[in-house]
Design a protein around this ligand. Sequence first.
Ligand code: AMP
Length: 191
Amino acid sequence: MNVVLLGPPGSGKGTQAKLLEDEFGFIQLSTGDMLRAAVGAGSELGLEAKKVMDAGQLVSDEIMVAIISERLDADDCKGGFILDGFPRTVAQARSLDTMLVEKGLKLDAVVEVCVNEEILAARIAGRAEESGGASRSDDTQDVVKKRLDVYREQTAPILPFYKESGLLKSVDGMVAIDEVAKSIRTVLGLT
Ligand code: AMP
């Protein structure tokens, strides 16, 4: 099964993607994780991405589309994948559509994890605290606010795009992790 998980930063989509990977073997493709790996490796992409990420902005569509396109060609994606953090703009969503057709693949569903933004900001701040200094450099309060603004302005417009194609399902992301997991399995018909 090929799925997109959509939701603002801190909505728990990464956690849910990981749970789906563990249970069903669909591969979690987190563009945030890929970029952080590039930053950690000190590659040219990483150096460029770090500046953008630390400002809470988005890395260019061109770079992100190229990264995902290459990743989807790997054998481990053949049994299904969960896109976590991609697409993040309407342009990325359109490019994803095109590349999936070219690769002979299709999406089965797009799941929106719905959350309350105020509670979310507190959740992300808590994540920074919990990590005891090893927190993500983009988890500071100002950057979190910026990332939420960017989500509202650039990513949320993807929702009508997928609604029109009939792929969009929504789940409540404000309940316990296992409850969210259950709802996602239900909307995906995995129960
Ligand atoms: P995430 O871990 O998904 O919250 O992503 C962390 C940061 O990586 C984002 O704030 C962006 O700067 C960058 N990023 C991740 N995925 C994308 C994407 N699909 N398009 C543009 N930038 C991205």
